[in-house]
Design a protein around this ligand. Structure first.
Ligand code: ATP
Ligand code: MG
Length: 464
């Protein structure tokens, strides 16, 4: 084994006894020896030791063959090398500590170092690194600080570089931010000096291995069954839907859940900056934008892809999030026979969502009068689903509103469903309920005509 992946083959004979001393983790006798050594590594010493051991390991291991080695063999090899290094330095370590160090070094060599345990933890949904010695995670909707640390700024930069170079991008002073994706689909943004003032910042939105379906969302109190039936009806009847919400309010999750209602007979084209949607249908064409190359050329924007999508005979177009001039093309698509299209927008209320779209269209430089833009919006978008991340970390649909037309140059809309907050319980959890406003949507007839079972949806107040 040693011969296979060590660079230090010349030293191998010298280290013959080292191999016998190795605390091979399975070897009980060796474990006993190490347990007997009471001297252990002080926690404050650990990072420094790990760093030194890591550097020595990198020198000793033949990195070119690392990919081909079984994980268990590598683990045992790292254990061996580590014991020999420790012996050379005259240090001893408890086998438990050594085992932890071996795992950490495995993560350093094969993965993303200190981030690995957080990436493997299914309860963590976001990982936020603010410089090398401050890491927060989001669990159950709430942010909490964790003990994870990087050795120093260089260590964090090395991990960032590993993430970025794996997807063929780069980050440096001239391009100090980058969007990337981990192998498992998690979304990553990295920002380094000079734009990140206190050292590299890394934000990871972990890919939901088990996507939240509408039933799971109902189970988590994001909406109730009746609201979900209304949403299903809207998708079945090919209404154009805008999902609106603040950052991390669950827009992408809701878009994904809603898309699952699209019939598998339809051809769906999705357009995203970083493919996060996980549509289960078979007939899906997924598109992703591309940043410019280091020479500033080759960028592909959402607008280009929306335009291209129109030439691909889509039944429905799903855009991950509209942020710029593609808003106009999206509205055009919605208005020209691609009914049942959906997108999300970053806004704090349904009304605000419409103004954001209006601003985006203006940004496109088309020089259209306000009234023309608003009329396009009013006829293109049929419903707005507003989401909020509440103070207790929960995400909820707080309104489902119908766009009803234009009056005096203003887009008119009415709420069909709202979430009424009643207060908080003793644990700070938000209390409230979903209630129909009592207004029957103008689109009811269209829904009924599309064969939607309206009896499943409660429009009147009070118990059904
Ligand atoms: N109803 C919910 N209950 C619990 N967790 C949820 C709910 N909706 C979304 N989440 C989780 O919240 C996180 C953010 O969700 P999502 O990515 O959908 O938000 P977003 O609004 O699209 O965020 P961004 O603005 O960053 O694009 C994810 O980890 C997701 O799994
Ligand atoms: Mg999103």
């Amino acid at each position: 084994m040693f011969r296979e992946f060590s660079n230090r083959q010349g030293e191998e004979s010298q280290s013959g006894d080292v191999i016998t001393l190795v605390p091979d983790i399975q070897d009980g006798a060796q474990k006993k020896i190490l347990n007997a050594m009471s001297m252990d590594v002080d926690e404050s010493d650990r990072l420094e030791l790990k760093s030194r051991m890591h550097n020595r390991l990198l020198d000793a291991l033949n990195l070119t063959v690392l990919d081909k080695i079984e994980e268990d063999s590598l683990r045992s090899e790292i254990g061996k090398l580590l014991t020999s290094f420790l012996r050379e330095e005259g240090r001893a370590m408890r086998s438990e500590t050594l085992k932890t160090l071996v795992e950490e070094l495995m993560h350093e060599v094969l993965g993303l170092g200190p981030l690995e345990p957080l990436l493997a933890d299914p309860t963590v949904s976001d990982i936020l690194v603010n410089g090398h010695n401050q890491v927060y995670v989001e669990r159950g909707g709430m942010l909490e600080k964790v003990e994870t640390r990087f050795r120093d700024e260089r260590h964090l930069l090395r991990i960032i570089d590993k993430i970025v170079s794996r997807v063929g991008r780069r980050i440096d002073e001239s391009q100090p931010w980058v969007d990337a994706r981990l192998e498992d689909g998690s979304r990553v943004n990295a920002l380094i000096r000079p734009c990140s003032v206190d050292g590299p910042a890394l934000s990871i939105r972990k890919f939901a291995k088990i996507p939240l379906t509408m039933d799971l969302l109902i189970g988590r109190g994001a909406l109730n069954q009746s609201a979900a039936s209304l949403l299903k009806g809207l998708v079945d009847a090919k209404m154009n839907i805008l999902i609106s919400g603040g950052t991390g309010s669950g827009k992408t999750t809701m878009l994904n859940a809603l898309s699952s209602y699209i019939s598998s007979r339809e051809r769906i084209v999705t357009i995203e900056d970083a493919a996060e949607l996980q549509l289960q249908q078979e007939h899906v064409v997924r598109m992703e934008t591309r940043p410019a190359n280091p020479n500033g050329a080759g960028a592909v924007h959402q607008r280009d892809l929306v335009r291209n999508a129109l030439r691909m005979r889509p039944d429905r177009i799903v855009v991950g999030e509209v942020r710029g001039s593609e808003a106009f093309d999206m509205l055009q698509a919605m208005n020209t026979g691609h009914d049942g299209s959906m997108t999300t927008v970053h806004a704090n209320s349904a009304r605000d969502a419409l103004s954001r779209i209006e601003q985006m269209v203006q940004m496109g430089g088309l020089d259209l009068p306000h009234s023309a833009i608003r009329a396009t919006i009013a006829s293109a978008i049929h419903f707005v689903v507003q989401l909020t991340r509440m103070s207790d970390g929960s995400r909820r649909v707080i309104s489902i509103s119908e766009i009803t037309g234009m009056e005096g140059g203003v887009v008119t809309m009415q709420d069909i469903f709202i979430y009424k907050r009643r207060g908080k319980d003793e644990n700070g959890r938000v209390l409230g309920e979903f209630t129909p406003t009592g207004i029957r949507p103008k689109a009811s007839e269209a829904l009924a005509a599309a064969g939607i079972d309206m009896s499943m949806i409660q429009f009147t107040r009070g118990p059904k």
